[in-house]
Design a protein around this ligand. Structure first.
Ligand code: FES
Length: 129
């Protein structure tokens, strides 16, 4: 069994877990990162959303082998209470309420299209995205 190596929230990680094990299980069980949740388990609800090289994926249906050599960012790696990501800060400013299950879907999806440039509209979203 070949090891799978990837970066999680800026930290290198390697595992010998079976190659078809869902990424979500490794995040929760091995790394104790519980921000991504198990909801439907079939890529429909988005509760398990994380960023893979900056793009949102459903970690419940992503085999661990698929992230080998890549970068995974969970909601724990997006920002902190004292230093939130601009998307998270916008949620706070606009008082956009999200439940704990769907928070990572909206944050990760929003951040994946966020572009802090002059080409952005008022909310920081890339025009035309
Ligand atoms: S748990 Fe619902 S999309 Fe992954």
């Amino acid at each position: 069994m070949a090891a799978t190596s990837f970066t999680v929230n800026g930290n290198p990680y390697s595992t010998d877990t079976e190659s078809n094990t869902p990424l979500l299980y490794v995040l929760q069980d091995d790394l104790k990162l519980n921000g991504a949740k198990f909801g439907c388990g079939v890529a429909q609800c988005g509760a398990c959303t994380v960023l893979l090289d900056g793009n949102p994926i459903r970690s419940c249906v992503t085999p661990i082998a698929q992230v080998n050599g890549h970068t995974v960012t969970t909601i724990e790696g997006l920002g902190t209470v004292d230093n939130p990501h601009p998307i998270q800060a916008a949620f706070i400013t606009e008082q956009a309420l999200q439940c704990g299950f769907l928070r990572q879907r909206t944050d990760a999806s929003g951040i994946s299209i966020y572009r802090p440039t002059a080409e952005c509209d008022r909310g920081g979203y890339f025009k035309g995205a």
